[in-house]
Design a binder for this molecule. Structure first.
Ligand code: AHN
Ligand code: ZN
Length: 321
C-alpha cells in the first residue's frame, strides 16, 4: 500500500521535476534493451537537429530556409524515400508573401494503408516571448520549435532506408507553421492548410497521422493532447502504452489536460485522425520556457528526449506498419 502510494507520488514528481524521472526512465529503458524493439538513435537525431540549426534560422524568404529545404530533400532521397515537393506562395497574416514549400518523403508510395508522420520545418521570425524586448524582432534558432521534430523524423527516415516498412509511411515536413499571430488561430500552420486544401498526391488519405512538435527539450514531458484524443484516441492510447513498455512512462504520463491548435488540427479537419506529441508543462501551464525566445538553441536540446520520442514512434511503425 505504502509502496504503491510512493510509486505514484514518484511518477507525479517525475514529470514536474524532470531529472529524477530521467534517471528512472533511462534505467527502465536499458532493461527494455533485451526485448526486441525498433532501432532508433537519439544521438543521430540530435546531429540532425544540430545540422538544421547550423543553416541559421529557417525563416521563409531567407537563404537559410532555401538551403535547408534543399538539404531536407537530399536527406530523404538518400534514405530511399520518394520525394514530393509542394512549392507554395502564401499570404501571411501581416500581408507578407511567403515563398514556402512542403516536403514529403514516401515509403511504399503505392501502398493504400498509410501512416503520416509530420513536423514543421520553418522557424518563427520573431522571438516575441523573450524577456528581453530588444530581441522580439529577431528570428529564433528553432532548435526545439521546428528542428527537433524534423530531426526525429530524419532519423526515422534513416531507419526506414535500412529496413523498409511493409505498409506505406510518409514523412511530411510542413512549412510556414510559425509565422502566426497569437490572437489569430488561422494565421498559423499555413503549410498544413495548403497541404490539406490541395494535396500534392491525388486523393491523398492516410489512415492516421502523428505530429511531432517540440520533442527535444531537456526533461520534457508529453501529456496527451485534447484534439489528439478526440480525433484519434486509440492511436494516442497505443503510443502512450508503447512509451510505458519502453520504460518512458514518467516522460509520457497517461494523462491529458491541455489543448493546442497546431498543424495536426488541419489534418483532423481534413478527415485524417492525427495526434500531436508536444511538450507541455502542466504544472507551469505552458510550453518549454525557451519557446519563441532567443534561447531556443541547441543548449536546450537533449538526445535522451529525442531518443524517447523517436523510440516510441519507431516502435509504433514496427508494430503496425
Ligand atoms: C499556438 O501558439 C496558437 N499554437 C502552438 C503551435 C506552435 C507554435 N507550435 C510551435 N510553435
Ligand atoms: Zn513556434
Amino acid at each position: 500500500m505504502l509502496g504503491a502510494a510512493l510509486l505514484s507520488a514518484m511518477t507525479l514528481i517525475g514529470c514536474a521535476s524532470g531529472s529524477a524521472s530521467g534517471s528512472t526512465s533511462d534505467s527502465a529503458a536499458d532493461d527494455a534493451q533485451s526485448v526486441e524493439h525498433a532501432a532508433f538513435s537519439g544521438d543521430s537525431a540530435y546531429a540532425y537537429v544540430a545540422r538544421q540549426v547550423e543553416f541559421g534560422p529557417r525563416v521563409p524568404n531567407t537563404a537559410a530556409h532555401r538551403a535547408a529545404g534543399d538539404w531536407l530533400i537530399g536527406e530523404l532521397r538518400r534514405h530511399g524515400a520518394e520525394v514530393v515537393e509542394q512549392p507554395l506562395r502564401l499570404r501571411a497574416f501581416d500581408g507578407t508573401m511567403l515563398d514556402a514549400r512542403n516536403i514529403m518523403g514516401q515509403y511504399n508510395p503505392d501502398a493504400s494503408e498509410r501512416l503520416l508522420l509530420l513536423a514543421h520545418w520553418d522557424c518563427r521570425p520573431w522571438a516575441d516571448e523573450d524577456d528581453d524586448e530588444s530581441r522580439h524582432k529577431q528570428p529564433v534558432d528553432g532548435a526545439n520549435d521546428g528542428a527537433s521534430g524534423v530531426g526525429v523524423l530524419l532519423e526515422i527516415a534513416r531507419q526506414l532506408g535500412r529496413q523498409a516498412p511493409s505498409k506505406g509511411v510518409d514523412i511530411l515536413f510542413v512549412d510556414a507553421e510559425d509565422w502566426g499571430s497569437s490572437g489569430d488561430e488561422d494565421s498559423w500552420a499555413l503549410g498544413a492548410q495548403a497541404f490539406v486544401e490541395n494535396p500534392p498526391v491525388a486523393g491523398y488519405l492516410p489512415k492516421e497521422g502523428i505530429l511531432l512538435d517540440m520533442v527535444g527539450g531537456k526533461d520534457a514531458c508529453f501529456y496527451r493532447e485534447y484534439f489528439s484524443d478526440r480525433s484519434a484516441g486509440a492511436l494516442n492510447s497505443r503510443l502512450w502504452q508503447i512509451a510505458g513498455q519502453l520504460g518512458y512512462s514518467s516522460r509520457f504520463p497517461n494523462a491529458s489536460g491541455f489543448a493546442v491548435t497546431d498543424d495536426h488540427v488541419r489534418f483532423i479537419e481534413a478527415g485524417i485522425p492525427t495526434v500531436d506529441i508536444i511538450e507541455y508543462n502542466r504544472e507551469a501551464g505552458g510550453f518549454n520556457p525557451r519557446w519563441h525566445t532567443s534561447s531556443d538553441t541547441m543548449e536546450g536540446i537533449s538526445a535522451e528526449t529525442l531518443q524517447a520520442v523517436g523510440s516510441v514512434v519507431a516502435e509504433y511503425i514496427r508494430k503496425y506498419y
